[in-house]
Design a protein around this ligand. Structure first.
Ligand code: ASP
Length: 318
């Protein structure tokens, strides 16, 4: 897998894709969040329609389920004036045995400008990026990365805490199967935050410390004095059986309830990328509490994706 930062940029400086955040320098992350910030304000004024992507085609190619990511890319594309097509894999030729590369050839022939890809295989968007003319945006690949999720999380934190450096962020639960965790670790450590990962040993990847995080297996220790608590879903679809005894047991040791949240700094943010499993990783009382910014994350998702489409499309030939 090529170094992530290489793949993120606008067409102006020779990069066309957003495939990963690993290796991305803060001087490239900050201006990008600034652009997203301007879209937050625009969206709130309800003056959302712009001509930036008029005449451009955006295809959402989702090989895995999605609610928030696919809808927000669709909304982002439409708000910028693009023609947006949602290719449902369930009804496409992929189900008839077409290879990913033949799908790429088809998309090329259609002169797609922006291709948003979610795939169960880590590296699939990077492979497509080598074969299509379009700018490829990774909307989640296997257990690898989910760059726009980490960018929207960063925007949410920056708006609430006023900065990204010097914070302590706990990412809790199924770290091993989470592309959200990986992208967040890359972004937050690059921006100068301290990241703790908390979970049972079976759900913490080997040598994760090499990514610059500290590891905890006990919520009571790991949550102490953190500024942000980021909960993750148990990714059962990627999990070998036997890694977690039962949902009830998991909640008992690693679920976030009000009592555990009280160990974090007063007013600490509670985040979750969704979909949430209430009563498994997070108690309803916490999910719906004033410290929860879960709905705000969804709002930031649209703005961040507008910023991504904006940057990647600038300078492309029409
Ligand atoms: N929606 C996120 C993802 O696609 C998190 C999750 O599915 O639990 O990775």
């Amino acid at each position: 897998m090529a170094e992530g930062g290489r793949f993120f940029a606008s067409a102006e400086d020779g990069h066309r894709h957003l495939l990963a955040l690993q290796g991305m320098h803060p001087t490239r992350i900050e201006p990008f969040l600034d652009l997203a910030e301007s879209y937050v304000l625009l969206n709130r004024q309800r003056k959302t329609s712009r001509d930036l992507l008029r005449g451009r085609t955006l295809i959402n190619l989702f090989f895995e389920d999605s609610t928030r990511t696919r809808t927000s890319f669709e909304l982002a594309g439409k708000r910028l004036g693009a023609d947006v097509i949602n290719m449902s894999v369930a009804t496409s030729s992929v189900n008839k045995g077409e290879t990913l590369l033949d799908t790429a050839a088809t998309l090329n022939a259609m002169r797609t400008d922006l291709l948003v890809v979610r795939h169960a295989q880590s590296g699939a968007p990077a492979l497509l990026a080598q074969k299509v003319e379009a700018s490829v945006i990774n909307a989640g690949d296997g257990t690898h990365e989910h760059p726009t999720q980490a960018l929207l999380d960063a925007l949410t934190i920056r708006r609430r805490c006023g900065r990204l450096s010097g914070l302590t962020v706990a990412i809790c639960g199924d770290i091993a199967h989470s592309r959200v965790a990986r992208s967040n670790i890359h972004l937050l450590t690059a921006m100068g935050s301290q990241v703790r990962v908390i979970g049972p040993p079976t759900l913490i990847p080997a040598e994760v410390e090499r990514l610059g995080v500290s590891v905890f297996h006990d919520m009571a220790l790991g949550l102490r004095d953190v500024d942000v608590v980021m909960m993750l879903r148990l990714q059962r679809e990627r999990m070998a059986s036997g890694l977690v005894p039962s949902a009830r047991e998991f909640f008992r040791f690693f679920g976030l309830d009000m009592e555990r949240l009280a160990l974090a700094k007063p007013g600490a943010l509670v985040m979750h990328p969704g979909p949430m499993n209430r009563g498994v990783e997070i108690d309803s009382a916490v999910a719906d509490h004033g410290q929860s910014v879960i709905a705000e994350q969804v709002e930031m998702g649209v703005a961040v994706r507008m910023a991504v489409l904006d940057r990647l499309s600038r300078g492309r030939n029409s």
